[in-house]
Ligand binder design. Structure first.
Ligand code: R5P
Length: 316
């Protein structure tokens, strides 16, 4: 990829490996940023390269430790604004706090909106993100948001695997739209788990709409947090006679008991992307697919004002 001029990439501490890959794809050295802690835990940031007049891209998924990565992002934005960057784009491949996106009971916050407000107030000019928990979160920002989909990366992977007798199983009704697209592109039938959630940790499956009997099954989701949703879906698929089970999710949040829960399932493969670092988490049959090239291409397009949606256009 030819190197665009006057573009500077500023990685935070959330996902250095992804930031390195993006820089490699763009043939760019990351800008030098010093991010340290004061003795009381406050974050101190100093950008060591000249940022004046630059088209600045901060790379920082707001993944766990979510409160720290968000704060670091805000401080980086403020730092670059005061360093006279011409434009500040935040690359947030995983957008934390996205699940609280509406007031569905009394006396609860809408944190997705709060975080969007904070990012805008800090001085961001635009956002690039991927597989938001709900696409309408884009509307929480009054600055442009480019929303990418990891689907083409997964699609290529499953086309290579060429799994016979495949059925795509949506883990719940909420994810049926996403799973429907996967089923369309893999040319596989769709089934849906009728799941009920009792608490953030507790879910139960009643029925499967459609059939998985004697089929290999792929369960796609936007994220795996505690793993509860996937456990419920895998168990339901097995009860209904599925053969091999594959799981894929864009964002491996892998919180709390997730690794232990997923390992107890012994599925054929769990494919995730590198929006969030999996680190040394000992997850069985894990396949990490990189979205770095896609993010790099989107950064290039934003810099030269080319269409992002064309990256996803298909010959029908
Ligand atoms: C649900 O709405 C989401 O798409 C995910 O299924 C959910 O957030 C995953 O969370 P957990 O792994 O804790 O069940």
């Amino acid at each position: 990829m030819p190197t665009p001029k006057n573009i500077k990439l500023f990685p935070g501490n959330a996902n250095p490996a992804l930031a390195d890959e993006i820089c490699r794809s763009l043939n760019l050295e990351p800008a030098h940023v010093r991010l340290e802690r004061f003795p009381d835990g406050e974050i101190h940031c100093k950008v060591l390269d000249d940022a004046r007049g630059s088209d600045a891209f901060i790379i920082q998924p707001t993944c766990p430790p979510v409160n720290d990565t968000i704060m670091e992002l805000l401080i980086l934005i403020d730092c670059l604004r005061r360093a006279s960057a011409e434009r500040i784009t935040c690359i947030i491949p995983y957008f934390g706090y996205a699940r609280q996106d509406r007031k569905d009971e009394g006396r609860v916050p809408i944190t997705a909106k709060l975080i969007a407000n904070m990012i805008s107030a800090a001085g961001a000019d635009r956002i690039l993100t991927m597989d938001l928990h709900a696409a309408q979160i884009q509307g929480f920002f009054d600055i442009p948001v480019d929303h990418l989909y990891a689907a083409p990366v997964f699609e290529k992977h499953y086309q290579r695997l060429n799994i016979p007798d495949l059925t795509v199983l949506a883990a719940d009704v909420g994810s049926s739209k996403r799973a429907g697209l996967v089923s369309k592109y893999l040319n596989a039938p769709l089934a849906i788990v009728d799941k009920r959630r009792y608490s953030p940790q507790e879910t139960e499956a009643f029925h499967i709409i459609g059939s998985v009997e004697g089929r290999n099954v792929l369960i796609p989701d936007d994220m795996i947090s505690t793993g509860g949703t996937i456990v419920t879906a895998v168990e339901a698929a097995r009860r209904h006679g599925a053969k091999d089970i594959y799981v894929c999710a864009t964002h491996p949040v892998l919180a709390g008991p997730a690794v232990e829960r997923l390992n107890s399932l012994h599925v054929k493969e769990i494919a995730v992307t590198d929006t969030i670092p999996v680190g040394g988490k000992p997850l069985e049959n894990l396949k990490v697919l990189s979205v770095a090239e896609m993010l790099a291409e989107a950064i290039r397009r934003i810099h030269v004002a080319e269409s992002i949606s064309q990256m996803f256009s298909r010959e029908e």
